[in-house]
Design a binder for this molecule. Sequence first.
Ligand code: ZN
Length: 254
Amino acid sequence: MKAVRFHEFGGPEKLQFEEAPNPKIGPTEVLVKVRACALNHLDIWARRGTRSERIPLPHISGSDISGEVAEVGSLVIEHSNAEKVLIVPGISCGICDYCSNGWDSLCESYKIIGYETQGGYAEYVAVPGTNILPIPDKLSFEQAASVPLVFLTAWHMLVTRARLVPGETVLVWAAGSGVGSAAVQVAKLLNAKVIATVGSETKIDKAQKLGADFVLNHHTQDVPSEVKRVTNGRKVNVVFDHIGEATWEKSMKS
Ligand SMILES: [Zn+2]
């Protein structure tokens, strides 16, 4: 099959579009013909060799994958050929205390498809049968591939950790980013009020279309004082900060 691989860690020049062996599936796995694969910053960390001891070489990146089932392992009963699916990127044991309590990313055997395993920059990918989900008809392959990592992250932060509830107000930094745009949609699904920030005027319209109630420009406006004004001095209940040092102090003031 054709695939984009790297044989050693480094810059973008290490990526090679080349012939690679077709993946072989085990009895509990499914072979998926890739129809779309989204990019994620994780792909850059992998290529540069962050936690390189976990990355198999030569390596195929790509964790956000959608496609069609091409072959089903002998022990996989709930899926069949040609089914349209997206791939859940996290592989965990499913039975330890962490997995049983919704903390599967802390499982000792946790792996991300496309990081610690071969991923979706290829014609085919082999994944555990438990990691595929059917795609609703209204979603295209491209739309489905945009969902997994960013929505898992946003959902975990807002629902599992922050326990955001209807009527609360949340500040979402960088609503034009993948994780930020997912957070706006998850927060609106929960009927929260969303104050979103963007880095350029061209992103304001898109943030509003995703459902943001107020949109601030974090380069031209002072976010904490604007948040105070918009909330009549009450400030927000939750800050969705996926940036870090650059925004931490302003998050605390909001
Ligand atoms: Zn586990």
